[in-house]
Design a protein. Structure first.
Length: 187
């Protein structure tokens, strides 16, 4: 009985190893569980810097490495402002700090909301940025010209719906969301 158990154990190990190699090599490019949720609303758990956030959006596509979620709701309706032009140091949003040091514009977001940096306005010119800055992140911009902060307007607002491309290693599709109506799409 002992030699047969040894052979069986070795074969099981080989099958497990081979299965892991095949799955790892294919990278789960085709995922039947995700296929049934394509083009439908899903809840996605996204882990950033040790915290897990939940977003509701449409699963547009996926690969073995990434998930593409479109029209994801990222902030509650209660958290809403702008887009308004503000001056450096005059932003009336708790936790949102904008400073200009060494030809670098730094936007630090600790507001609890996802912020959208629309554009910079300086000396009659507009520089379109379109950067989304999640809570807890810092964006550093080098505009390429020296800015006079007394003439610089920064247009920011809260982001409510964004398209996101996230690594599958940091995201998990929890489940689909039923009961979609036209009001959800239009808002």
């Amino acid at each position: 009985a002992q030699p047969a158990a040894t052979v069986l154990t070795r074969d099981e190990e080989r099958v497990s190893t081979l299965s892991a190699e095949i799955i790892g090599h294919a990278g789960n490019a085709f995922d039947p569980l995700l296929e049934k949720h394509l083009f439908t609303r899903v809840i996605v758990d996204l882990t950033r810097q040790g915290k897990t956030y939940q977003y509701c959006g449409y699963l547009a596509d996926y690969t073995s490495e990434f998930l593409e979620i479109i029209d994801a709701q990222v902030n509650e309706e209660a958290i809403k402002f702008g887009p308004e032009p503000y001056r450096v140091g005059d932003i009336p949003v708790d936790g949102l700090e904008i400073r200009y040091d060494d030809n670098e514009l730094v936007v630090e977001n600790k507001s609890g909301a996802m912020i959208l940096l629309h554009e910079l306005r300086h000396d009659g010119e507009t520089l379109i940025i379109g950067a989304v800055i999640p809570d807890g992140f810092v964006a550093a911009l080098r505009p390429g010209i020296e800015l006079d902060t007394k003439q610089l307007d920064i247009v920011v607002s809260t982001a409510h719906r964004v398209d996101i491309l996230v690594p599958r290693s940091h995201a998990l599709v929890r489940h689909g969301v039923a009961g979609l109506d036209l009001a959800d799409i239009a808002s």
